[in-house]
Ligand binder design. Structure first.
Ligand code: ASP
Length: 352
């Protein structure tokens, strides 16, 4: 980005382009990730008013050579992205990640666990429409992300989208078409755009003692990406046999169960037996509610007691994205079962 369009700083931000609609172009078979991203970002930002351009920080771009539609992302992509950030972040006041919206909340959640204690902003953003589309949200989101990413008071992984700044590990893609696509159902906003300015709410950020010193954990997610975790959503009529088909898989190391309301499951001894057997084999089973708002309280109803007995842990009010990426993160490390269970229940990065 050139001097006349950016605030001059000895240390530019780092912008990492991983793919997603923001950088997509038309192909014969629909939108596909496009290249030449640096020039395209500069063109889009260059079209902003002089006042808005003057408020932009400088940045340099690292474009992944193989940008993807984020629907193709796996834990391997989460690992690769965290490794890039871990290696390069010290040379930059903050990092912006350009990512597809479909699995953006999963990536942001995973980054939060891998980059624990990060002492500068890591802001993930994307867009519902490509940079060059008429009325696109891409430039606004990029501008917001860049401006939040130079605020030293932001020291965690966040998502800038649709005028809002959300904690990465609390956010979900909520709307499939609207520009205001992301929500944080169980945690307040970290900031938002008011007028043209990004306003951070520091009291919502991770407190210093909670954040701790940078202590990145970058385990190899490769083995877990081979079917090591599953997400099982209950429905009325689900059978023990169906759950067993997931849990008996020898490759499976842990599973997220999405149960009823406040933490209930069918009182089916066979089903509970399957859960208990998997727990007994050292598989880490955790539960959240299918309700997007609120947490669970396993055992409040008799219909939930079985989860306790089967050794299923409460993921309380975590999002499915936060709970599953935490499973991947903990199962990828050589921890004793007890410690892994304790760490799942602990609040590592403000995820619960
Ligand atoms: N399929 C796209 C992606 O996730 C959607 C988007 O970016 O909005 O990469």
């Amino acid at each position: 980005m050139t001097q006349d369009t950016a605030l001059s700083s000895p240390h530019p931000l780092l912008v990492i382009y991983t793919g997603g609609t923001l950088g997509m172009v038309e192909s014969g078979s629909g939108l596909v990730p496009g290249g030449d991203i640096e020039a395209r970002l500069a063109r889009a930002l260059g079209a902003l008013s002089a006042e808005r351009r003057a408020a932009l920080p400088e940045f340099e771009v690292l474009a992944f050579p193989d940008p993807i539609d984020s629907s193709a992302a796996t834990p391997r992509e989460w690992q690769r992205l965290a490794a890039e950030i871990a290696e390069r972040h010290r040379d930059h006041p903050g990092v912006v990640v350009l990512h597809g919206t479909d699995t953006l909340a999963w990536t942001a959640s995973s980054l939060a666990y891998q980059l624990q204690g990060v002492d500068r902003p890591v802001v993930v953003t994307g867009a519902m429409q490509p940079l060059e589309a008429d009325g696109s949200d891409a430039t606004d989101n990029l501008e917001l992300a860049l401006r939040f990413a130079v605020d030293p008071a932001l020291q965690e992984v966040a998502i800038a989208f649709g005028g809002k700044l959300l904690r990465g590990v609390r956010a979900r893609k909520w709307l499939s078409r609207d520009a205001d696509a992301f929500a944080s159902p169980n945690y307040p906003l970290l900031g938002e755009r008011i007028g043209m300015d990004p306003i951070l709410y520091p009291e919502q950020g991770l407190a210093r003692q909670q954040r701790g010193a940078p202590r990145f954990e970058l385990p190899d997610y490769g083995p877990l990406a081979e079917g090591g975790v599953a997400r099982i959503v209950l429905w009325p009529g689900i059978t023990a046999r169906q759950v067993a088909a997931w849990l008996h898989d020898p490759a499976l190391k842990g599973a997220l169960l999405e149960v009823w309301g406040g933490g209930n499951v069918p009182e089916d001894p066979e089903l509970l037996g399957v859960l208990a057997e998997a727990s007994g084999q050292g598989k880490l089973l955790v539960a959240i509610s299918q309700c997007p708002h609120g947490g669970i309280d396993i055992g409040h109803y008799a219909a939930g007691q079985g989860l306790h007995t089967a050794g299923v842990l409460s993921a309380d009010d975590m999002t499915p994205e936060a709970a599953l990426t935490k499973l991947v993160h903990l199962l990828a490390q050589p921890l004793a079962d007890d410690e892994r269970r304790q760490r799942f229940l602990a609040r590592l990065v403000g995820e619960r």
